[in-house]
Design a binder for this molecule. Structure first.
Ligand SMILES: NC(=O)c1ccc[n+]([C@@H]2O[C@H](COP(=O)([O-])OP(=O)(O)OC[C@H]3O[C@@H](n4cnc5c(N)ncnc54)[C@H](OP(=O)(O)O)[C@@H]3O)[C@@H](O)[C@H]2O)c1
Length: 258
């Protein structure tokens, strides 16, 4: 029996790399997806066994179709992890139309389309889809308008699909990291997190949480305290979080306002 295949997008990023190495140890056959061939090839070597890589700009629909075909040729995905993502942290008025389209495409439209494209393979293999969200998928945060829109959308889509497929053999899961030490966070974001006392997790912590989630019977996992608590309070009593963030706003603004 060959190992089950995991298709991992954003494999060359900080969280993706940690997830890839962790899943390789667990015996998964990785199909690493990213745009940078050198980084993909280096990671393939580190993952060992029979890891494969596929170079794709996921905003391109032909590349997504080719990726799905390639995955099918090596046994079909048993695990799809929609991890690729981008961020724009700046004042709402300064965001361009092109930035709006790009961020919503990569963080929301692409994972939705990949879920649809891979569902037949994952269904045949009685497998699992994991969408990587964020604590900003539950808490609206100043200067993160687009990112919050995309991750709130992804959380809603994941929950709806999990419920739609709840009588099937496919599991659909949502993992929400808090701030994590990767290249997605600009020097400004790092400085702001330091000033506000926000913890930045190592990517390995996200990889561990992902393993726990896929082995559990849970459908969602939020990482870190107090972010998890804030997410719950925001759901039930949003005005409490409005007030807490309003107090932080001058500090946040000092990092991003022109
Ligand atoms: N780090 C955090 O603080 C944090 C917190 C919560 C949630 N998250 C989420 O965790 C996930 C991983 O983020 P990260 O922190 O690991 O960021 P990262 O280090 O910047 O990695 C992002 C990954 O996404 C890929 N990607 C971006 N645009 C792409 C495109 N058009 N086509 C194909 N791949 C593309 C990148 O590939 P290339 O190498 O080709 O650019 C890279 O592998 C994201 O969904 C992010 O929203 C991160």
């Amino acid at each position: 029996m060959s190992s089950p295949v995991c298709v991992l997008t954003g494999a060359t990023g900080g969280i993706g790399r940690a997830i890839a190495l962790r899943l390789a140890k667990e015996g998964w056959r990785l199909l690493l997806v990213g745009r940078n061939v050198k980084q993909l090839a280096a990671l393939q070597l580190e993952c060992g066994n029979d890891a494969e890589y596929f170079q794709a700009d996921l905003s391109n629909s032909e590349s997504r179709d080719d990726l799905a075909k390639f995955a099918q040729q090596i046994g079909g995905a048993t695990l799809l992890i929609n991890n690729a993502g981008v961020n724009v942290m700046q004042g709402f008025s300064e965001i361009s139309e092109q930035q709006i389209d790009h961020l919503l495409n990569i963080n929301l439209h692409v994972p939705i389309k990949l879920c649809q494209l891979f569902l037949p393979q994952v269904t045949r293999n009685k497998g699992t889809i994991v969408n990587i969200g964020s604590s900003f998928g539950s808490i609206g945060y100043p200067y993160q308008t687009l990112y919050c829109a995309s991750k709130f959308g992804l959380r809603g889509m994941t929950e709806a699909l999990a419920r739609e497929l709840s009588h099937s053999d496919v599991k659909v899961l949502y993992l929400a990291p808090r701030a994590t030490d990767t290249a997605i966070n600009s020097p400004q974001v790092r400085a702001m997190n330091k000033e506000l006392g926000n913890t930045m997790d190592p990517p390995e912590k996200v990889a561990d949480a992902l393993i726990d989630l896929i082995k559990s019977k849970k459908r969602r996992r939020f990482i870190g305290f107090p972010e998890t608590l804030f997410a719950r309070i925001n759901g039930a009593f949003p005005s409490l979080v409005d007030n807490a963030i309003a107090k932080q706003l001058p500090k946040i603004k000092s990092f991003f306002a022109n």
